[in-house]
Ligand binder design. Sequence first.
Ligand code: TYM
Length: 333
Amino acid sequence: MMRVFSGIQPTGALHLGNHLGAIVAWKELQAIAECTFCIVDWHAITVFQDPEALRQSVLMTAATYLACGLDPQRVTIYPQSAVPQHAELAWLLSCHTPMGWLNRMTQFKDKAGKHKDQAVLGLYAYPVLMAADIVLFGATHVPVGEDQKQHLELARDIAAAVNRAYGKDLLVIPEPMVSKVAPRIMSLRDGTKKMSKSDPSEASRIHLTDDDDTIAQKIRRAKTDSDALPSDIAGLDNRPEAKNLLTILSVLENRALPDTLQSYAGQTFSVLKDDLTQVLITHIAPIRQGIHERLSDPQALKSLLAQHASKCIEKAESTMGLMRESFGFLKLS
Ligand code: TYM
């Protein structure tokens, strides 16, 4: 049985990159695997979060998971902070993680920038918490966007190091599953940067909560170049914006990219943008509506999360029982 685990940081509304790079695959996997999808609020606080906004974002993320079609009868959805075993396991793993491995993490280098000494320990140690998230439930597969691949390779290395140290297969070594069609959706303002929640420009991303006019405006303003659209993949070289818009359209229409390229060969960007706008609106409107409906009953959302979290605590305790014994902690009763 495939056991799937993944998560998203609750820092405001989710965007098209989160949706196409991760949630679309999650939705498919729920039919064939045992799936756990976490709302990783402990990861979110590696950058300061307003407490009230964080609480609201957790509910919004839960509402978004459901509105995107994750079925709470099939999958487990819970906030990380409701299952303290994540933190306990992260500590145990951190004692098997050489700093040299963490020093290689490009996301830390990007986020900490030139001010490494001022960067908080949590931001540096974050990939260890991510490894703990994954191995806590014995995940065999982890569906993520390409930006998380390095963290997943680290998770594999850490799990293997623990297994070596204690001489047994204590932890499952997880396989990354990076979306083939949408590994990296790019910013609408700069096709060389990934679409990201931390980009200061709202126009760089489409949120799953954007209304029709906002979607249309963001696509209208999306960066382009001045050439007509090419007919084949080779023609997309050095044209990151064209590649990104055509990729988004292909994924939403469930077509192969070369097919979509054929349809737009020789056309202007404005033809592509009109069609993309329509497709995006049709795709996002029901998700947006589903998010608002679910957010109108926060109590129902909270009780769903509570039920799912208590299942997770049970599973987590079974992993931790084995870990505590294997590491040599004295059992007092
Ligand atoms: P986060 O919250 O940054 O992103 C959530 C998911 O969305 C994917 N993603 C993208 N995919 C394609 N194009 C993009 N522009 C794009 N932007 C984001 C991410 O790859 C991710 O799959 N550390 C993780 C969360 C996490 C996690 C985990 C994931 C914590 N613990 C355990 C898997 C397993 C993160 O910050 O994702």
